[in-house]
Design a protein. Structure first.
Length: 507
């Protein structure tokens, strides 16, 4: 058979493969044939791919459940779930529901090069997480406060410059500069320099954005990832190229740190150990338990996840406050009162922020309104199948819930489209209601796969927002922002002006 014959037959073979797969899936999942959903979602993944590619699937997902009910087909053998009881079944303690093949798009095709977020091996993930979870605990992170303060000082200097020039700027972008420099300071003991230079150094943030788009989309057609990753890695504009760039970037940082740490040891220990230093000390203590690859993997994970989630959450807090002046006024009064009482220092401490009840409610409500992740947390039904929302799902079926769907559920959060922090304070008088609200609150994921770095994000937000509101006033230049959802629901035009407050309280 010559090459021309093969090329001529290729389309027919692809169609035949699709038909075989479709009829096999239809036969094995015939008990699910009546599940509603968009017409074209019954036949291929293309409908879901197209809607995700449009960049607003968090909204699509809410509308799908409003139209079709608690279980919706989004592709053959793939279902979005909106059922409270399903959360424990799919994501509860000891669950056997592994991450779906969609997560393959988030890792290197080499199966030996696993990373924490997309790892589909439940046992290996559990062991890895247990090995390093103490590094991400809140008790460990409060020791990093001085690192956060160093970056916050530069951030406030830049805000002051914008205020003096009365310049418009993208606050969401600067929040990402801040979050990126903080994670650099915590991980490697030095800022990357985004705040200092006010730009995307070496295209690092752009590379991560390319990874988000590529991984989100290729994960839907995950079988193509091993074929496309290699060729696309040669192009800096591709997500595969972005991933390769970040890998080299982290390797260089680790090499620089290792060379520097040898010198530091001669001059005495650091005042506060960085994340990477703790990892290297753990590796040197027990190289079989903590390998060089673990050091690289966790350092890379910090970079990939450490800036976007925090920047989006900071933006969500400020965006909603600027749209609800009464809430902003009430929060400012709390901050000013704490400052006047000497309970809120110049560099707001994490502990001080935790003592502010209205601020805690504001932060929680903002992350309910705009969670960083905007796609379902896809999982695979384990061997033996599972009963979910009154239906039996055979093993291999893909199911998932989207935080946005639950966060806008009127039965859980009445008047869900309104930014009302008071709902969390009022619920403290109704333990049953508060329990339900907390169970349905998932801005950092669910169960054993909850974002390991969530405490870093909470630390950064807790220290920055009270200080920002105490020192500056902001004016929106764009009343309604635009967002795009490629796993993370990122604002693209959070444009503001800033000026210094004339009524800054004195402790």
């Amino acid at each position: 058979m010559n090459l021309l014959t093969v090329l001529a037959l290729a389309p027919a073979l692809l169609v035949a493969r699709y038909l075989v797969t479709f009829f096999y899936t239809s036969y094995t999942s015939r008990s699910l044939f009546s599940i509603p959903g968009p017409f074209w979602a019954r036949f291929s993944r293309l409908w879901y791919f197209h809607r995700v590619w449009k960049g607003h699937f968090e909204e699509d997902n809410i509308h799908l459940h409003e139209k079709y009910g608690p279980v919706v087909r989004v592709a053959p053998g793939q279902y979005s779930i909106h059922d409270r009881a399903a959360l424990k079944t799919i994501y509860g303690t000891g669950t056997k529901f592994a991450k779906s093949a969609w997560y393959e798009g988030w890792k290197h095709p080499d199966p030996e090069r696993f990373t924490l977020f997309p790892d589909r091996d439940i046992k290996r993930h559990g062991e890895t997480r247990k090995r390093f979870s103490s590094l991400y605990s809140m008790s460990s992170l409060v020791h990093y406060e001085e690192f956060v303060d160093l970056c916050a000082d530069v951030f406030f200097a830049r805000l002051g410059e914008f205020a003096e020039r009365d310049a418009m700027f993208n606050l969401g972008e600067w929040f990402q500069f801040y979050a990126f420099d903080v994670i650099g300071q915590i991980t490697y003991g030095q800022r990357f320099g985004f705040l200092d230079q006010g730009l995307d150094i070496d295209g690092t943030i752009g590379a991560i954005n390319h990874v988000l788009v590529y991984s989100t989309l290729i994960g839907i057609y995950h079988e193509w990832h091993p074929r496309l990753f290699g060729p696309l890695s040669r192009f800096t504009w591709s997500g595969a190229g972005g991933r390769a760039y970040i890998m080299r970037y982290v390797q260089e940082k680790i090499a620089q740190f290792s060379a520097k740490s040898k010198s530091d040891v001669e001059h005495g220990p650091l005042k506060t150990q960085t994340f990477l230093e703790k990892m290297i000390l753990a590796r040197d203590k027990d190289p079989e338990k903590v390998t060089d690859y673990h050091v690289f993997m966790m350092g890379q994970s910090n970079i990939f996840a450490g800036s976007d989630t925090t920047a989006i959450s900071l933006s969500a807090i400020m965006y909603n406050l600027l749209h609800y002046p009464a809430v902003l006024k009430k929060l400012r009064e709390e901050i000013d009162e704490f400052t006047a009482q000497g309970r809120c220092s110049d560099n707001v401490t994490f502990k001080e922020s935790q003592d502010m009840p209205y601020f805690q409610a504001v932060m929680k409500e903002a992350l309910r309104m705009h969670s960083a992740t905007g796609l379902p947390f896809w999982r695979v039904v384990p061997r033996g199948g599972a009963e979910i929302s009154g239906r039996f799902f055979p093993e291999g079926t893909v199911v998932g819930v989207n935080s946005w769907v639950f966060h806008y559920d009127e039965s859980i959060f009445p008047d869900a489209k309104a930014f009302r922090p008071e709902r969390w304070i009022e619920a403290e008088n109704d333990p049953a209601q508060l329990k339900v609200m907390n169970e349905m609150y998932m801005p950092f994921g669910l169960g054993s796969r909850t974002c390991i770095g969530k405490h870093i994000s909470i630390l950064e937000m807790s220290k920055l927002i009270p200080r920002v509101l105490r020192e500056f006033d902001f004016t929106l230049e764009t009343q309604k922002w635009n967002t795009e959802n490629f796993w993370f629901v990122k604002p693209t035009n959070f444009t503001v002006r800033v000026r210094r407050r004339n009524t800054k309280p004195k402790a």
